[in-house]
Write a protein that binds this ligand. Structure first.
Ligand code: FAD
Ligand code: NAP
Length: 537
């Protein structure tokens, strides 16, 4: 860096997978003076906040971790197909300690505003307590699934039991032997339901849209399997970064209708027994996410499994989705089976909406009052831009992020947005829709290169509006070639009342994204305007 008058060279906000790695690269690779802020009282992000029973990854264990440290990859093991929340949190804490990051981390500090000063070309970062710091660069790692979506239902404040969102699960909340209700059957809801069915005396599932869930295949791994993977990590990461969804398997190249019905059935069944939602959608056939007939064939297989598994025909009917199989794929252990248990009851709030929450439970429009001790909201998140909208972010000329994103949240490559110089995002709008740790790693490494290229001369870097518009167009075109826009989910912002249904992800895959980043870098960070500041900060 040239002469510095800011408190820090760079500030990082948020300390999940993204912020932790970003702090490490800015400080330990570029040698910048960095301060990282996190509103939680611990690091870990998603894995600090989501402590509900059953919380775990659905990326398989070997691939839900950083790839950048060969030695640490050899040291850190796993013993199940998926990693439970406490183990992911422990892993992230170990990363923080390994790189001695704690000394530059400030916990319990919610950042409420980021304001760019046009005169000095620096950012002022202010916390909820009114404390302020200045920095040349800001990297926001606020989480794409971190701004909680809590529906407003009449009578919520009258409930006499415990009312909780899964992402704010209190450490001391035990549901053993209790009457539990859960609203929401997405990835979180189905994970929670699978765990809660074993603990609650009675579990009432309030389901709006039925979901396709395939088996996870979770279970123990052998030390030999673990050692085998560790021995081949370099090739494995190369495969992950060169694949589409980056989940550690080869995506299928076979179109569904190119094989006989018997062969299709065999391939679906094999995937059903193997387990994993992304594998079922992308490892069986090449066109489930893009071709309506292929999608229907896979969906019909899952619907047949529901009919075979669930003994009560009415419960089976309610559990059977009628929409395309085009949301983020789910997987669980014994999900449909658990509805055969006497202690589990399914209530369709599509057919009988919730009218109010009463002191004793939940009343649906058929007049029934479902009595509960604990009511769990597994209602998801205001995804991607949610946490940005909850802050005051002002760029050049006082432009707010809400003004800039008045039509829809946009970015260039998911990492920068025009009008906000020297501000970078990890997993900003239109980032890759993949296994997310590899996506985080490539974005963090790219941001580090961009800052590294400009910092020595004190240059100011900003995405151009043209590059941003073109990237949005690219993402929209790719999304429109898939079936995903045909269902309402957080992937397009359709889960939040009043939020515009729009493209929020680059659905072109990890390999394609990597190629684009390499090309942008090789062309002198094309799409970024790099200029020498009028005042050296
Ligand atoms: P986060 O981990 O969300 O971290 C963001 C941090 O920013 C949070 O700690 C938050 O408190 C902090 N923050 C936000 N705003 C502010 C502010 N204003 N001031 C200070 N701090 C702030 N992805 C997968 O690929 N595979 C999986 O198996 C998988 N499982 C998941 C399971 C659950 C239950 C959930 C909710 C998500 C899952 N995801 C999964 C997505 C997951 O969010 C990402 O994989 C990854 O953990 C995101 O890391 P991050 O650092 O970008 O964001
Ligand atoms: P989600 O997919 O958005 O699901 C939210 C659920 O709540 C849906 O069933 C939705 O119903 C319901 N809901 C929302 N608002 C409601 C309302 N007002 N009334 C009634 N029901 C309402 O959220 P999520 O389950 O938390 O998952 C979000 C993402 O986080 C996942 O897609 C995944 O990327 C990640 N995640 C991963 C895992 C994992 O397996 N490792 C676990 C948890 C989360 P409708 O379907 O009818 O809208």
């Amino acid at each position: 860096m040239t002469e510095t008058r800011t408190d820090y060279d760079a500030v990082v906000i948020g300390l999940g997978f993204a912020g932790i790695y970003q702090l490490h690269t800015l400080r330990n690779t570029l040698g910048l003076r960095v301060r990282a802020f996190e509103k939680g009282s611990g690091v870990g992000g998603t894995w600090f906040w989501n402590r509900y029973p059953g919380a775990m990854s659905d990326t398989e264990s070997p691939f839900y971790r950083y790839s950048f440290d060969d030695e640490f990859l050899k040291e850190w093991s796993w013993d199940r197909k998926y990693i439970d929340q406490p183990d992911i949190l422990e892993y992230l804490e170990a990363v923080v300690d390994r790189y001695d990051l704690r000394r530059d981390i400030q916990l319990d500090t919610e950042i409420t505003s980021l304001v760019f000063d046009d005169a000095t070309e620096t950012w002022t970062v202010t916390s909820v307590d009114g404390e302020s710091w200045t920095a040349r660069y800001v990297v926001t790692a606020l989480g794409l699934l971190a701004a909680v979506n809590m529906p407003d239902i009449p009578g919520m404040d009258t409930f006499e039991g415990t009312l909780v969102h899964t992402a704010h699960w209190p450490g001391d909340l035990d549901i053993q032997g209790k009457r539990v209700g859960v609203i929401g059957t997405g990835s979180t809801g189905t994970q929670f339901i699978s765990a809660a069915a074993k603990q609650a005396s009675h579990l009432t599932v309030f389901q709006r849209h039925a979901q396709y869930s395939v088996p996870s295949g979770n279970g123990p791994t052998t030390p030999q399997e673990v050692e085998e993977i560790k021995a081949h990590y370099p090739e494995i990461w190369q495969q992950v970064r060169g694949s589409t969804v980056a989940f550690g398997f080869e995506e299928s190249t076979i179109p569904t209708m190119s094989v006989s019905e018997e062969e299709r059935e065999r391939i679906y069944q094999e995937a059903w027994e193997r387990g994993n939602g992304f594998y079922f959608m992308f490892g069986t056939f090449s066109d489930i996410a893009t071709d309506a007939d292929a999608n229907e064939a896979a969906a019909a297989f899952i619907r047949r499994k529901i009919a075979e598994t669930v003994t009560d025909p009415e419960t089976a009917r309610l559990l059977t989705p009628t929409e395309p199989y085009a949301k983020r794929p789910l997987c669980n252990l014994g999900y449909y089976e658990l509805y055969n248990q006497d202690n589990v009851e399914l209530v369709s709030i599509k057919e009988h909406p919730i009218v109010e929450i009463t002191p004793k439970g939940v009343r649906t429009d058929d007049g029934r009052e479902h009595e509960l001790d604990v009511l769990v909201f597994a209602t998801g998140f205001d995804a991607v831009d949610g946490n940005y909208r909850r802050m005051e972010i002002r760029g050049r000329g006082g432009l707010t992020v809400d003004e800039h994103w008045h039509d829809a949240p946009t970015s260039y490559l998911g990492v920068a947005t025009a009008g906000f110089p020297d501000l970078f995002m990890v997993l900003g709008p239109n980032s890759p829709f993949t296994n997310l740790v590899p996506a985080i790693e490539v974005q963090v490494e790219f941001i580090t290169k961009v800052i590294g290229s400009a910092a020595p001369d004190g240059a100011v870097i900003e995405a151009t509006q043209q590059a941003e518009d073109e990237w949005t167009e690219t993402c929209r075109d790719i999304a429109d070639a898939t079936l995903f826009p045909k269902t309402d989910s957080w992937i397009f912002g359709a889960n939040i009342p009043g939020k515009k249904h729009t493209v929020l992800f680059y659905l072109g895959g990890m390999a394609g994204f990597n190629e684009i980043l390499t090309d942008v870098e090789q062309h002198g960070f094309r799409g970024f305007d790099v200029r020498t500041p009028s005042v050296i900060a």
